[in-house]
Design a protein around this ligand. Structure first.
Ligand SMILES: Nc1nc2c(ncn2[C@@H]2O[C@H](COP(=O)(O)OP(=O)(O)OP(=O)(O)O)[C@@H](O)[C@H]2O)c(=O)[nH]1
Ligand SMILES: [Mg+2]
Ligand SMILES: [Zn+2]
Length: 292
């Protein structure tokens, strides 16, 4: 359920948490237990235990560091701190193809409806919600979207991930932070990943917010695989004039034509190009090393 200062907190099924130490073999195998892992553990009594085994994962993520997630709920905001669409597109691209559905949730709609963001992701084919943790608007729709699933909230610091969890379940009383007036940035109030069980049965991870200059969790996909992680590109991919088209600035590119025709949002394509350029920079040996 959470990992803190060398302890892994395991829910044995009855809701009570057992603080486990990991076995040395995990370190030798370079295996890090993740929040969301299904595990076997031995109880030593008095809330202490030993983590024996990590069961096979359905998926895993570096940022946020979670495993076995059905849905990545990307929380964004059109009000301060305004979300850079590139940050949304980067996590969405990572989630695609990992058996994890991205959901876009625009918070603070009491302050700003973020019409452009809303239309961009709705049109691209994502479940896109508008909520306000402040007024409660849209919270029932979000509750319905996470029902019966394991979700992780992610998004830049200060967008209101913890506030939304409090709106879903007032008794959590998670700490929320002010947004700095001077910089318009969040204060990284949430410091660790933690899974919560909602009374509805939904399971949600609150995670620390990322910042724009964060380079961790960089795209490890090969540049030519990236096109498949932008779902709205799919109808155009086999219509480019040249096979192996990079869809960056090639002649006769059907993706570029779709951007021009207003079928694909320019910000989505710009993110694709940025990720493509980044992926080209990663040498193959480094990719292989990180994949392990
Ligand atoms: N007006 C308005 N303010 C909100 C809303 N949701 C959150 N806030 C405010 O935004 C600030 C940041 O909220 P948090 O919940 O701490 O944001 P977070 O995403 O958890 O931030 P980190 O833990 O740093 O990643 C707080 O001052 C909240 O009161 C909303 O829907 N409307
Ligand atoms: Mg938080
Ligand atoms: Zn093309």
């Amino acid at each position: 359920m959470k990992a803190l200062s060398g302890f892994y907190y395991v829910d044995g099924g009855d809701g009570a948490l057992t603080a486990c130490r990991g076995r040395g073999k995990f370190r030798h195998q370079k295996l890090t237990p993740l929040v969301g892992d299904r595990v076997r553990f031995t109880s030593l009594g008095e809330g202490a235990g030993i983590l024996d085994e990590i069961l096979p994962r359905k998926n895993q993520f570096q940022r946020p560091a979670v495993a076995n997630i059905d849905q990545l709920v990307v929380i964004a905001s059109g009000a301060v701190p305004v979300t850079d669409p590139f940050l949304i597109d980067r996590v969405v691209s990572i989630a695609e193809g990992r058996d994890c559905e991205p959901v876009i949730c625009i918070n603070k709609c009491d302050l700003d409806a973020a019409e452009e963001l809303y239309q961009t992701y709705r049109k691209a084919g994502f479940l896109t919600l508008r909520v306000s943790a402040e007024t409660g608007e849209g919270i029932p729709e979000l509750a319905a979207a996470i029902a019966g699933k394991v979700s992780a909230f992610t998004g830049n610091s200060g967008v209101g991930k913890s506030s939304i969890l409090n709106a879903l379940e007032p008794e959590f009383r998670l700490q929320v932070g002010e947004v700095s007036d001077k910089l318009g940035r969040g204060r990284h109030t949430t410091r660790h990943v933690e899974l919560f069980r909602l009374s509805s049965g939904a399971i949600v991870a609150d995670t620390p917010g990322f910042s724009s200059f964060d380079t961790e969790g960089m795209e490890l996909r090969r540049p030519e695989e990236l096109q498949y992680t932008f779902r709205e590109f799919a109808p155009y991919l086999d219509q480019c004039r040249f096979t192996g088209c990079a869809h960056v600035k090639e002649k006769g590119c059907a993706v570029l034509a779709a951007v021009k025709a207003g079928e694909i949002a320019p910000s989505r394509h710009a993110s694709y190009v940025r990720l493509y350029e980044q992926a080209k920079e990663v040498p193959e040996w480094e990719r292989k090393e990180k994949e392990q």
